[in-house]
Ligand binder design. Structure first.
Ligand SMILES: Nc1ncnc2c1ncn2[C@@H]1O[C@H](COP(=O)(O)OP(=O)(O)OP(=O)(O)O)[C@@H](O)[C@H]1O
Length: 370
């Protein structure tokens, strides 16, 4: 593996008695699009600030290309940040705003002009250099903020909810543009959002956070298909999450029945939770059904019906179906074994692994005894 461009090693941040980041470990490789995803206040911005050098961390190390940079000041870090509120200077023109960092660094005038022109071209605002900032739309201001950061040619660009001020349509367009820009520049982006759809659409890798911890990291598909715990399953997309028990390697019990499932690597008899996405459920006749449910309500969502139903044990179900059902109707539902995902109880991957090791050791002891 190539050297990661950024590594956070056991990073903890405290304000007084509050621990805001709890032993964060993460690595960012060159040229990839990463996203920090989590609810408001979980510590996403604090991670960006630790990498940018806007704050001292309480414990741990921040590495840039393998070198410890804890004491390196922000302006020497080869990292730039695009802030949520853009932080543009209203009294300067577009070109002056983009040139600002280069002027501070006393870069030669010709070179500044060249680099500013290139940065404006990259964000598709080549002809806007002489405009006043106030004469730009929100989306254009956002692009200028990005141009101002990329003109510095950072190795890593940190983006703190840069799309949150935009309306839904422009936001979508900017998602494409940002992704495209990242690929053209070939630098590392670390993007912060609390919008799970945005994270799934844009990222090579997502770090899902809650309460100062990274709970799961992986590709969007991995995180969507194999959420590690209740929080992640609930936060990413819509889910049916039910209490269950592991019976054997490919068998899990819930709702009063046993079902075939994908191998979860979990010991028999462990209490677990199962996750089934609403789009993985199919309405069927009762004799073909794995479970029966009674339909409560349904909403037409354009290309599918979102159906709320209840099974005979009182569990609530959400089903996405191309066909409508009748309110009050009792109907069958079915799903494929590979769409039934089993999760362990607990919060973090490391805890699960430790428990599994203990279990394997115990198993080993038993084998020795017999
Ligand atoms: N200077 C500070 N002093 C004390 N507490 C702080 C300070 N800065 C941040 N916090 C607290 O740290 C926690 C994490 O804040 P942070 O801004 O990193 O969250 P976030 O995930 O980026 O949230 P949001 O999505 O709302 O921006 C919050 O509870 C916040 O109140």
């Amino acid at each position: 593996m190539t050297q990661p461009i950024i590594t956070l090693r056991n990073v903890t941040k405290r304000y007084g008695t509050h621990t805001i980041l709890k032993n964060i470990n993460l690595t960012l490789e060159s040229g990839k699009f990463y996203t920090l995803l989590g609810p408001s206040g979980c510590g996403k911005t604090t991670i960006l600030r630790a990498i940018a050098g806007f704050m001292t961390i309480s414990e741990g190390d921040v590495l840039f290309a393998g070198k410890r940079i804890n004491e390196v000041p922000a302006n020497k870090r080869n990292v730039n940040t695009v802030f949520q509120d853009y932080a543009l200077f209203p009294h300067m023109t577009v070109a002056e705003n983009v040139a600002f960092g280069l002027t501070l660094k006393k870069v030669a005038k010709d070179e500044i002009a060249q680099r500013v022109a290139k940065a404006l071209q990259l964000v598709q605002l080549a002809d806007y250099g002489d405009r006043a900032i106030s004469a730009l739309s929100g989306g254009q201001q956002q692009r200028i903020a990005i141009a101002r950061a990329i003109v510095m040619e950072p190795k890593v660009l940190l983006l703190d909810e840069p799309l949150s001020a935009l309306d839904a349509k422009l936001r979508r367009q900017m998602q494409y543009e940002l992704r495209d820009l990242q690929q053209r520049l070939g630098i590392t982006f670390l993007f912060v959002t609390h919008d799970q759809e945005e994270a799934l659409a844009m990222s090579d890798e997502i770090f899902v956070m809650n309460q100062g911890e990274v709970l799961q990291s992986g590709s969007p598909v991995d995180i969507y298909d194999e959420p590690i715990n209740h929080f992640v399953a609930d936060f990413i997309g819509e889910s049916n999450i039910l209490p269950a028990k592991m019976i054997a390697d490919f068998q899990v019990a819930f709702g009063g029945h046993q079902f075939e499932c994908a191998d979860a690597g979990i010991p028999d008899n462990e209490p677990v939770e199962v996750v089934i996405r609403p789009e993985d459920l199919t309405l069927t006749t009762r004799d073909q059904a794995k479970l029966t449910v009674t339909i409560d309500t349904q909403l037409f969502r354009g290309d599918y019906y979102e159906i709320a139903a209840t099974d005979n044990l009182g569990n609530a179900w959400l089903i996405h179906s191309v066909n409508p059902a009748e309110d009050g109707e009792t109907i069958g539902i079915t799903f494929r074994p590979q769409d039934l995902h089993v999760m362990r109880f607990g919060e973090k991957e490391a805890e699960f692994d430790a428990r599994l090791e203990t279990y394997e050791e115990l198993e080993g002891d038993n084998v020795d005894e017999t």
